[in-house]
Design a protein around this ligand. Structure first.
Ligand code: FSO
Ligand code: SF4
Length: 550
């Protein structure tokens, strides 16, 4: 029997599944405990779905399930003891929901799903049970594929909802859908068609989740605007903040003000520089290094303190010397990194330990100089719409290439650098997510003053790219989004990219190219459905694809 089975990300072993240890570094025991946590969350959802029929909503559980989904996303949390503790809390939450249901007059005995009943408090019981509740417990490969596609979409959605929640934004219908969908993944009576519909419905809620986060971010911090971001360093010691959570960003900037400690962003936090509310901080220096997987070198060079607000964490090498300088917070965690506790009673997180630690560190080593430009989220691009439309009408811009998504370690990802480099000079790249690091430092020039790489922000800001496409559709008086001169050549890595993809499908975008490989969790039949109904395809060589896409 396999020690574990996980195939949720693009780097899964042999593009089939990690069975001994994750390519990401996740150990088998942690992978299995994550499966068990999902199993119990499905069980809790059986009760909350029933409770909603009585008009009862349990807010604490909405938050708990969302956080749990987020914690199991690729590279977010590798910390065994966090999952053990969480499972014990999960049983309590489930028992509370069961009690409520009984009180409301619901038939608790009708809920027979094992995940709604099983509990084991010792680690040995959990480890043993975890072996039998994972992905492979669904035998039919098409049903397994559709169930997992739904769950990975939910995990991505959960990440975005968590950031929105931290800014005070929630929509209870989205939680209701997520829990309904979790229950549906335990229902053996559902056909492949039912599950395909569920996948598409997940995309619909994905759009809502991204719209909610966009509203939360822009209402709290203003609309992203065109910004030159410094990639060099100053001489003060620094804190490098990574991940996606803007509330953490805000609190860290406030607490470091006047302390002599500078703040830099890493990877997916780069777009924080585009928000007006953060620009006022003179100690918010710039972006340091590259995408997530370069962290092993970047953190070594940075010399200062590192804060992970979310994924992507790479386990440090045995020779790494930075581990004691790394802190996690929120859903992220790693055995060996210190963890900053959640907000309590509406009070901010306490980053004082990081700040004191940073003061004792050497300033960052300079690894590059100059600036990169970004901030082309929907509001900014729509403000430039006349210029853009004019450039298309005059032929100055021939085509847009949406190249958002994730970066990753696979060698084949050089494709994206070469593709960007070889695109003709009358094309524009629209991007979001950490995929941009494959080409955002190339000198690709401008067209009538418009940069040829327009970065909208984080992967969740793919919502902006969709809004931009919809605005262009109206500006050109078209009926169909697919008639625009836009090609989608998207790179994926983890489950946030899954929800972005499902959201684009829901919005009616066709003929998306997805690379560097197609997901291992798509069975041949499910992949065929995506090909036949949505024209999804993989990527070929840069030569072939340039010819075909232009
Ligand atoms: Fe990247 Fe990691 Fe945004 Fe992901 S840093 S890979 S899809 O977590 O979040 O693009
Ligand atoms: Fe493997 Fe990816 Fe799962 Fe990690 S997250 S265990 S690399 S499939």
């Amino acid at each position: 029997m396999e020690k574990m089975f996980c195939f949720q990300c693009q780097e899964t072993a042999k593009n089939e599944g990690c069975t001994i240890k994750g390519v990401c570094g996740k150990t088998a025991d942690v992978a299995n405990l994550q499966d068990l946590l999902m199993y119990i969350c499905k069980g809790i959802s059986h009760y909350t779905v029933a409770l909603r029929k009585f008009g009862i909503e349990m807010n604490e559980i909405n938050k708990f399930i969302t956080d749990s989904l987020f914690m199991t996303i690729t590279n977010a949390n590798f910390y065994r003891s966090r999952f053990i503790t969480r499972l014990r809390i999960a049983y309590e939450m489930r028992n509370a929901a069961k009690e409520q249901l009984a009180k409301a007059g619901g038939n608790v005995d009708a809920i027979t799903f094992d995940g709604a009943l099983w509990q084991g408090y010792t680690e040995a019981e959990m480890d043993e049970k975890a072996l039998s509740v994972g992905v492979l417990s669904t035998e039919n490969i098409d049903v397994r594929s559709l169930r997992e596609l739904t769950i990975y979409g939910l995990k991505g959605m959960a990440a975005y909802l968590e950031h929105a929640f931290n800014l005070g934004y929630e929509v209870s219908e989205i939680y209701a859908f997520m829990q309904k969908a979790l229950v549906a993944t335990t229902d053996d009576s559902l056909s492949a068609d039912d599950l395909t519909a569920l996948v598409l419905e997940t995309g619909q809620y994905g759009v809502q989740a991204m719209a909610l986060l966009d509203k939360a971010n822009t209402t709290s911090y203003g609309n992203p605007e065109i910004t030159q971001v410094n990639i060099g360093v100053r001489t003060n010691p620094g804190i490098l903040i990574s991940g996606h959570d803007l509330k953490d960003m805000e609190e860290l900037l406030k607490q470091t003000e006047g302390t002599g400690v500078d703040v830099y962003t890493h990877s997916e936090m780069l777009p924080a520089h585009y928000y007006p509310a953060f620009k006022k901080y003179s100690h918010f220096v710039g972006n340091y290094g590259s995408s997530w997987w370069h962290q092993v070198e970047d953190f070594e060079n940075f010399n200062g303190v590192i804060l992970f607000t979310t994924n992507c964490i790479v386990p440090p090498r045995k020779t790494s010397t930075y581990s004691d300088r790394v802190y996690t917070t929120g859903a992220s965690g790693f055995d060996g990194f210190k963890h900053i506790a959640d907000r309590k009673d509406g009070k901010p997180k306490d980053f004082s330990a990081l700040i004191e630690h940073a003061k004792r560190c050497a300033p960052p080593k300079e690894i590059e100089q100059g600036t990169i430009v970004g901030g082309f989220a929907h509001n900014q691009v729509i403000a430039l719409a006349d210029k853009v439309v004019e450039a298309v009408k005059s032929g100055a811009i021939r085509k847009f290439f949406v190249m958002g998504g994730c970066d990753g370690r696979m060698n084949g990802r050089n494709y994206y650098t070469e593709f960007a480099q070889r695109l003709p000079s009358d094309t524009v790249i629209l991007t979001a997510g950490c995929a941009k690091y494959r080409y955002n430092k190339l000198k690709l020039g401008t067209i009538n003053g418009i940069p040829r790489v327009l970065d909208a922000g984080q992967c969740n800001d793919s919502y902006s790219l969709a809004k931009i496409a919809l605005a262009l559709k109206d500006a050109f008086g078209l009926d169909d989004l697919n008639d625009l001169p836009i090609v989608y050549n998207i790179a994926w890595y983890e489950q946030k990219a899954v929800i972005v993809l499902l959201a684009l499908l829901y919005l009616g975008v066709k003929n998306i190219h997805l690379g560097p490989t197609l997901p291992a969790f798509l069975s041949p039949n499910v992949a065929n459905v995506l090909v036949n109904n949505f024209g999804i395809s993989g990527i070929g060589t840069v030569d072939e694809d340039l010819k075909a896409m232009l």
